[in-house]
Structure formats: C-alpha cells, structure tokens
Design a protein around this ligand. Structure first.
Ligand SMILES: N[C@@H](CCC(=O)N[C@@H](CS)C(=O)NCC(=O)O)C(=O)O
Length: 410
C-alpha cells in the first residue's frame, strides 16, 4: 500500500477503483477550486440547509459582523464560566481547587477489618483515574470475590448512573448497581443514615452491613485494600506500601498528586491564563524529573511496585488519550518520554492490569461528557503509542532491577 501512495498515484483516479475485495483506502481528495462559470456563481442553490440559508440572507457570504461575534462571545463566555464553576470550582486566581472527600479513613485505613467478605461494595466509573487506582489495587490483591464492584457510567450532566442495558463484559462491564439496585450513584449516597447532598463521586466504598459510605477517597480505599483486608485477599503477601518503603512511597505520592494526578486537571480546568501557566509548568517540570529518575530506577521506589506507581500509572495511561489534547497538556506527549512510556508499559503488562484499562470508556468519559471543554463532543482517534499492541511491546525495564539508586523523592 505504501508503494502505491506515490504523489502521482494519489492523484490518479485508479486508486479509487480497487477491486471491491480489497480494503478501500480512507484518503479523500478534496474538490479543487475550478474556474468560475456563470452557472456556479448563481445563488439559487435549493439544496442548502435552513441555517445556512438564514445566514446568507443576514450576512451574504461574508463573515458575521463583529457586533454579532462580540455578543455571542460574551454570552458564551458567561455560560462557560457558570458551567466551569459548577464542574470545577476554582479559587480567586482561576486555579482549580478539587473539593475534599468528605468520607475519609486515614489513619485507620491500615487497620484490618476481620471477616470482611461481602461486607464492602466498590462503586467506580471506568473513565475516572481515581477510581482506576482502587480497581487496580483490588485486582492485584486478589479481592475480586471479597469486594464486588458496580461500574457506573457518566450521564450527560457528568453525574454517575447505572445502565441496565449495557452488555455484560465480565467484572469490568458498566451496568446495574449490584448492591443497592439504585439508578444513580447519588441515590446510593442518599441511602446512608443522615442522607447526603454533597458531590457523589467515585470511587466509593459502601459498607453494606452498616448501610453507610465507608470511604470515598481513592488513597484511603487503596491503602485499605492493601493492608486492611488481608484475611480475605487472594494475594495477602503482596504489600504495595511496605514498612521499609512507606516514607518514600508517601513522599512520591505527595509530589505526584498536586503536580501530575491533579496537575493535569489544574491545566484542563484552569479558568485564567496564569492558573494554566502555573499548572502546566508544575506538570512538565515534574514529568521531566520523573523521566530522569526512571532512567535509573525500574519503579519509583526501586525494584518493587508500590502504591505510588499505581497512582502515577492511572494518570500516565490517560495522558496522550485525553490530557494532552482536552486538558491542553501540550508541551510534550507521553510517547516523547521514553522512560515514562516504558515504565507505563511495564505496569500495564503486570497481570490483571490491562483488563482494568478501557480506552473507549476513558475517551468517551472525557470527550463526550466534559461539555464546557469540548462542546461538539467529538472524540479524536487513539494516538499512536497507546494502541493495545503498542502497550504490549517489550519494555526491557528488567535490566534496571537490582541497580543501586538514589531515592529520588527528596
Ligand atoms: N479525591 C477523590 C476524587 C474523586 C473524583 O473527583 N471523582 C470524580 C470522577 S474522576 C467524580 O466522581 N466526580 C463527580 C462529581 O464531582 O460530581 C478521590 O481521589 O477519590
């Protein structure tokens, strides 16, 4: 095919008359402006749509007058600001400030809850990077049977709902609320004694015994899954935050959270140029630092995967798919960072991790739902380097194992 695409053959009509058994090329030719003939310049075109007809009556074939552009621009900007302040609350400088999770578990998160099979139910949505953390830790710890999951879908207004009609694709299929039979996540939150009228976010861990929200902060849920349910976990000996590395893990999390995990949101949800500039600077300075660190170290804390890696991974796997484009994290693509891209593939290839990554759900969940950022709702193509095959390419990062290293997270 490549050989067939020379300049002359692209121009040739023969390209379009391939035998029907062969795949048709999707390259289109555009109509080249032709010499004007009296017929083409006539304005009596009966096939134009009503909107085009109206604008032709109002403005002829020229652009709308600047007074109209100005009026539409200020109306749209006001509407945008209202929608943004609802979707992404910001401080006075226009910087996104993520609301705190009201149901926290730290420091009790590390306490073991005995006999916990079936007591807890996890609510997640597949596009959400915070929920994704909990799904990965649940899978790696072998908690699938002990902690059943319900997968919510984003609705048009950005809240979470359960759709019975979605086809079942195993554990990670969006569908009904299996614990409480609710239609929306908001209804589940409201079931708790005392009700609730805050944000109904995922991930949320529901305590079926006490009929209450146990926790809705991903960090706490991940820590609880790591160490609080070992008597019912399939892999109790896997420790993603071992005592000897805990300080280092926490230090990495403290660097990654504001600059990368939340940093991409601070770029995408910025409501002033200054807020965006500062978020983008923090994000890319941190990515550059991580790129150098990961040249020497297989994972963030050496040869062992920790919670810090899982937390970084769920942002990296969405980077070129979403954040680079929709959130304007444009300085570099993740594929331009060879160590970070290899590191991301290393984690993606850990058994059970790839199944938790649903690229269609991720892309739809951002491009089709975050209306103020993408009013047309058009979802771009999967960028190269992020197709499933590329992510399964060998990463060769085993060679870094066993090397002496600095801790990096100072
Ligand atoms: N701090 C929370 C953040 C969770 C969060 O913001 N989840 C988003 C989806 S990515 C959500 O459910 N938003 C719905 C809303 O704000 O109403 C965590 O890490 O668990």
């Amino acid at each position: 095919m490549a050989a067939a695409m020379t300049g002359s053959s692209l121009r040739s009509h023969q390209l379009w008359s391939l035998p029907s058994s062969r795949a048709k090329p999707t390259i289109r030719t555009s109509r080249v402006p032709r010499r004007i003939t009296p017929r083409m310049s006539s304005s009596g075109d009966s096939s134009i749509d009503p909107l085009t007809a109206l604008t032709r009556i109002l403005f002829g074939r020229s652009l709308p007058p600047s007074i109209l552009v100005g009026a539409v621009r200020s109306t749209w900007t006001s509407a945008w600001q209202v929608m943004m302040s609802q979707m992404a609350p910001s401080d006075r400088s226009g910087s996104y400030s993520r609301p705190d999770s009201p149901f926290r578990r730290r420091p009790g998160a590390t306490q073991t809850v005995p006999d916990a099979t079936g007591r807890f139910h996890l609510y997640v949505g597949l596009p959400c990077p915070w929920a994704h953390r909990t799904l990965i830790v649940r899978a790696l710890k072998g908690l699938e049977r002990a902690v059943p999951v319900s997968i919510a879908s984003p609705s048009a207004d950005g809240s979470w709902e359960f759709r019975e009609t979605d086809t079942q694709r195993g554990d990670y299929s969006p569908g009904a609320d299996k614990a409480n039979g609710c239609r929306t996540l908001r209804q589940v939150y409201k079931l708790r004694a005392g009700g609730y009228d805050g944000r109904s976010t995922v991930p949320m861990l529901w305590d079926s015994e006490r009929r209450n929200v146990f926790c809705n902060e991903s960090l706490d849920i991940a820590e609880f899954f790591n160490s609080g349910m070992n008597d019912v976990a399939g892999s109790p000996s896997l420790d993603l935050s071992p005592a000897e590395l805990r300080e280092e893990v926490d230090r990495w999390i403290e660097i990654i959270y504001p600059n990368v995990n939340n940093g991409v949101y601070r770029c995408g949800f910025a409501q002033s140029q200054e807020a965006y500039d500062s978020a983008a600077d923090g994000l890319f300075t941190t990515l550059d630092m991580l790129e150098s660190h990961l040249a020497e170290s297989r994972y963030l804390c050496g040869d062992r995967v920790t919670l810090a890696d899982i937390f970084l991974f769920t942002t990296l796997i969405r980077f070129d798919l979403v954040y680079n484009v929709l959130f304007r994290c444009t300085k570099k693509k993740l594929v331009q960072y060879p160590n970070l891209h290899g590191y991301m593939r290393d984690i993606y290839q850990i058994p059970k991790v790839a199944e938790t990554c649903d690229f269609n759900a991720i892309m739809d969940g951002y491009y089709k739902i975050l209306f103020p950022l993408n009013p047309g709702g058009i979802r771009p193509a999967i960028p190269s380097g992020f197709e499933r095959d590329s992510l399964f390419r060998p990463h060769n990062r085993e060679v870094l194992s066993g090397r002496k290293r600095g801790t990096g997270a100072q």
